[in-house]
Design a protein around this ligand. Structure first.
Ligand code: FE2
Ligand code: FE2
Length: 269
């Protein structure tokens, strides 16, 4: 991709943001800022909502009463996250109600082994991992262990966002994502310590691994650089991915799970 040409206004905006400029509810937003902010919010809102819908069957299917309560709590959290983000979008003049009504955010792939890379399947903005079906309790646990952790790392940047309503909303969301990943960590240890469960845990980790690595996007994508310049992200995709990887490697080493190889180049569709 050739380098994007920025206008003089864009360059002035980058400079102002670097020097601490922020935007609040009701402020007039520069066109580039508004466009990129709305992109990220749609991606998060649809992912939270679609994620909550994917988790919800597991209230009934969780192994015991205590776990049903915990899964119900997680589903409630994801729905609340979606509502917080959709409200921000509505405040920016987007119509989230009709979007939800006309898109199929509850759609999940039937093919359990499918790998869709970066290909879009429906007319929504969810991150691709939310197209896959959570088929087993082990998948639910891996979703907490991998995806809620990946989300936590991504949201960490938003704690310092230049868009103040988002920054404020993310504080509670971030804490709840930490609870979700802690649930994943607890159960990965339980399943990995069980000789009967461990091979299946490894098998499902192999299946989910490229899906979660794709969440960090294409490390060469230029959009990421703009997000950083606009103060909507702090780190590049590959920096966030490396922080996630360091944590996952340590945790998997502790319980004897092997992280599969991942090649970004193989994922482009
Ligand atoms: Fe969430
Ligand atoms: Fe979560």
């Amino acid at each position: 991709m050739s380098a994007r040409e920025y206008s003089a206004e864009d360059l002035k905006l980058f400079e102002d943001i670097k020097n601490g400029k922020t935007f609040d509810k009701g402020d007039e937003l520069p066109p580039l800022y508004r466009k990129m902010l709305i992109n990220l919010l749609w991606m998060q809102g649809d992912s939270e909502y679609s994620g909550g819908l994917g988790y919800s069957p597991w209230i009934a299917k969780a192994p015991d009463m205590r776990e049903k309560v915990l899964v119900a709590q997680i589903v409630k959290d994801e729905m609340r996250h979606a509502s917080v983000i959709y409200r921000l979008l509505d405040d920016l003049g987007q119509d989230t109600q009709s979007h939800i009504a006309k898109t199929e955010l509850d759609y999940k792939l039937e093919d359990d082994k499918a790998q869709i890379g970066f290909k879009r399947l429906k007319d929504d903005y969810r991150v691709n991992i939310f197209y896959y079906n959570i088929k087993y309790w082990t998948d639910f646990i891996l979703f907490n262990f991998l995806m809620d952790r990946a989300a936590g790392h991504q949201l960490e940047d938003t704690l310092q966002s230049s868009y103040l309503p988002w920054k404020k909303g993310i504080e509670g969301i971030y804490k709840e994502e930490i609870m979700h990943l802690t649930h994943g960590d607890k159960w990965v240890k339980i399943l990995a310590a069980d000789e009967k469960e461990k091979p299946f845990l490894q098998e499902r980790l192999n299946l989910w691994w490229p899906r979660v690595m794709n969440v960090f996007g294409n490390s060469k994508g230029q959009a990421n650089d703009i997000y950083v310049r606009l103060g909507l992200k702090r780190r590049t995709n590959s920096e966030v991915r490396d922080a996630f990887l360091a944590e996952i490697h340590k945790l998997c080493d502790e319980v004897g799970l092997v992280i599969p190889e991942y090649k970004e180049a193989d994922q482009a569709v």
